[in-house]
Design a protein around this ligand. Structure first.
Ligand code: SAM
Length: 286
């Protein structure tokens, strides 16, 4: 293995998302060689390091202390220390701390180098069976219902596969809101406990997934990635995006003709164009 770990470099090191077997050889070498490991939770990273027989000097770097910790770490990098940045699981910065440190290091002209590995979102996408050529990663949706639905509403017309992180306490509310905003028939996948003992990847319509979740209490346990297929690409160049969004919402509840009429009244867009678009939206293959 050709590993050359350089002094004065910030290495962004991915760690497993559940299965310790997923740690890479380079991640281990880098952690072993680092002068300092900047960790989201030093206790958790301590467990990982000791599992692999690595004794490294750790510095804590989490959401709350990151602004305070960054200058000291930059100073150490400048004076030639090798720093490895890790988070509790997966790739740092991906819904995890590290952004400020990486931005400050790059700003200071310090080399930042990736040691890539697991990311729950990519692991889920790779097994979802949903289109993977274009996707959008949204991380965690807002915790509160109205803000969550507003965010989902803004994404409802996006043709790319949508990827979200979700926790066990909010998975039911999140799926219910997705069913309401994206429509009960939209294809989606719930990927739970990836790479762990109770891994499950369940696909179906959003209505079907809400039922699946309620069918067994175990289904809402653990860590989740939720993916939804993008909206069918039925854009009509003549219809403004806002009118299309309103039309899409109205079509969830109303027949084509009524939805087009109301959307035209609300947005001022052409009724005929909206009607033609609504017909295509209802039956994209027609
Ligand atoms: N940095 C991590 C990554 O690269 O995926 C993500 C960290 S974020 C704080 C934690 C969230 O990622 C969890 O709430 C869950 O949504 C998702 N996640 C992490 N591990 C997972 C797993 N094994 N299976 C499913 N989702 C997972």
């Amino acid at each position: 293995m050709d590993v050359s770990i350089e002094a004065g470099v910030l290495y962004v090191v991915a760690t497993p998302i559940g299965n310790l077997g997923d740690i890479s050889a380079r991640a281990l070498e880098t952690l072993r060689a680092a002068d300092v490991v900047a960790a989201e939770d030093t206790r958790r990273t301590g467990v990982l390091l000791s599992h692999f027989g690595i004794s490294a000097r750790q510095v804590s770097l989490h959401e709350h202390n990151e602004p305070r910790q960054v200058p000291g770490l930059i100073e150490r990098l400048r004076s030639g220390a090798t720093v490895a940045l890790v988070s509790d699981a997966g790739t740092p910065l991906i819904s995890d701390p590290g952004y400020r440190l990486v931005a400050a290091a790059r700003e200071a002209g310090i080399r930042v180098s990736p040691v890539p590995g697991p990311v729950a979102a990519m692991a889920a996408l790779s097994v979802s069976g949903l289109p993977s050529d274009r996707f959008v990663f949204e991380g965690f949706l807002p915790a509160k219902g109205p803000a969550r639905r507003q965010r989902l509403q803004a994404l409802a017309g996006d043709p790319r596969t949508l990827i979200f992180y979700e926790s066990s306490h909010r998975i039911a509310a999140c799926l219910a809101d997705m069913r309401e905003t994206l429509g009960p028939e939209r294809r989606a996948v719930v990927a739970r406990e990836l790479t762990k003992t109770f891994e499950q990847v369940q696909g179906g319509s959003l209505a079907g997934l809400c039922e699946w979740l309620a069918a067994h209490e175990d289904h809402s346990k653990g860590e989740f990635v939720v993916l939804a297929a993008g909206a069918p690409e039925v854009r009509d160049a003549g219809v403004p995006p806002e009118a299309e969004r309103v039309l899409r919402m109205l079509l969830e509840e109303l027949p084509v003709k009524k939805a087009a009429k109301l959307a035209a009244e609300v947005t001022g867009a052409s009724r005929n164009q909206l009607y033609a678009l609504a017909v295509k939206m209802r039956d994209p293959d027609g």
